[in-house]
Ligand binder design. Structure first.
Ligand code: COA
Length: 381
């Protein structure tokens, strides 16, 4: 790593902080690849569980392996009684990211990473149980129901949406199918992104030879902030304030004049576009048309064009994920938790990679405090 990360290197901007074989961000014309596969191909030809297998286990599964993997994940959805008890005791007003962070930490106590336990298996367990835990907590505090989380849904997207909306609403409906497809695509897009802040936090924790759950807990805490994962929620709160394109135009102009951040725009690494944005935007458009939306999508497009005209800033994945999730009937406060349910796969890949060639991550700082000085006795200070 370069020394003296000040000025243009503040926030480690542009600093190469390690090596990885998992992902490239922004190469090949601002594209994104997971283990060499473009996200355009992955979202078109694969499902999220194939991508999860690619990231966690290192290879794309064949048909039979995918079936086995989906069955394995299905078998790992159950909530242990101590966790169910804890989810019931947490306040219903808690932030859902805190619920997931605590879920992960508690599982580290209930199902610890003991000698001989494979990191990949822990990753699969977390991947399978996160939707169960979040929606168990949600329904318990909404209406006192202790929902059954071990349902037959084949995919992570179907598991989440069925637990959220209930099985009857979802049966045989075109809209339900579209929602599931959208969520599946979104989970693929959110799965991995090289040395982003939460992944880096996981690698720093892993570098100390800490356990898998501690690394993921650190990552969830890091993802929670609005400059990282929280941006999709912040974008939705912004978009939903406006009742018309005209109102959005006036207000966004004012915000830009006051140098306020517009959430869901800009990126540390991509220079011209976020390749994920157009993929999720297409899904948002399909769902907007299907649901007869006349505000959310047009307002989003207006903000996009203004941000380009005024600031030359493009939407990142979070911006159109907001409206896409909204059209899927997902409450806004669950947007960032969905990011966790996907990114657990990328975090796992990085934790496993860090362990294979581990080196403690401990940079140095440029000191800008007072020079060495005498310590006066407390009686005369
Ligand atoms: N809205 C308005 N202005 C923005 C902006 C946004 N979303 N993103 C960047 N800018 C402006 C900055 O204010 C800065 O302007 P200045 O040079 O006049 O001070 C300039 O563009 C450079 O931005 P900077 O914050 O230095 O870039 P960064 O690489 O440090 O930050 C982000 C990248 C993603 C943190 C930043 O773009 C941001 O805060 N975006 C909003 C949050 C978000 O969507 N996060 C999800 C990321 S995937």
């Amino acid at each position: 790593m370069s020394s003296n990360p000040t000025g243009s290197q503040a926030g480690l901007k542009g600093v190469v902080a390690g090596r990885t074989a998992i992902c490239t961000v922004g190469e090949d014309g601002d594209n994104l690849h997971y283990r060499g596969y473009s996200i355009y191909d992955l979202t078109e030809k694969a499902c999220f569980e194939e991508v999860a297998h690619l990231l966690i286990w290192g290879t794309l599964p064949n048909k039979q392996q995918l079936k086995n993997y989906q069955n394995k994940l299905k078998s790992l959805r159950g909530i242990p009684p101590a966790l169910a008890n804890c989810l019931e005791k947490m306040p219903g007003s808690a932030h859902p990211m805190d619920v997931l962070r605590t879920t992960c930490s508690l599982l580290g106590v209930l199902e610890p990473e003991v000698e001989g336990k494979r990191a990949e298996d822990i990753a699969d367990r977390l991947l399978a149980i996160f939707p169960s835990a979040l929606l168990y907590w949600y329904h318990y505090h909404q209406n006192g129901h202790k929902i059954e989380v071990n349902i037959a849904a084949e995919t992570t997207a179907a598991h989440f949406l069925t637990l959220l909306h209930g099985p009857r609403i979802r049966q045989h409906s075109d809209l339900a199918e579209m929602m599931e497809k959208t969520l599946d695509i979104s989970l693929i897009l959110y799965a991995e992104h090289e040395f982003n802040a939460s992944t880096f936090a996981a690698r720093v924790c892993t570098g100390t030879k800490s356990d898998f759950y501690s690394a993921v807990t650190a990552a969830i805490g890091t993802l929670r902030g609005p400059l990282h994962g929280g941006a999709n929620e912040a974008a939705m709160y912004l978009i939903s304030q406006f009742n018309s394109v005209e109102e959005a135009q006036t207000r966004i102009k004012e915000m830009l004049e006051k140098k306020e951040l517009i959430m869901g725009f800009g990126h540390r690494v991509y220079k011209k576009c976020d390749p994920r944005s157009d993929v999720i935007k297409a899904q948002s458009k399909i769902l907007a048309e299907f649901s007869g939306d006349k505000t959310i999508y047009p307002v989003s497009e207006k903000i996009e064009s203004m941000m380009w005209e005024e600031k030359k800033l493009f939407p990142n994945l979070d911006f159109y994920s907001a409206s896409a999730y909204h059209f899927c009937g997902i409450p806004t406060f669950m947007f960032t938790p969905l990011f966790v349910m996907s990114r657990i796969t990328g975090w796992a890949a990085h934790i496993i990679e860090q362990r294979k060639d581990n080196k403690l991550i401990r940079p140095t700082a440029e000191y800008i405090g007072p020079s060495a000085r005498p310590l006066t006795d407390i009686s005369v200070r």
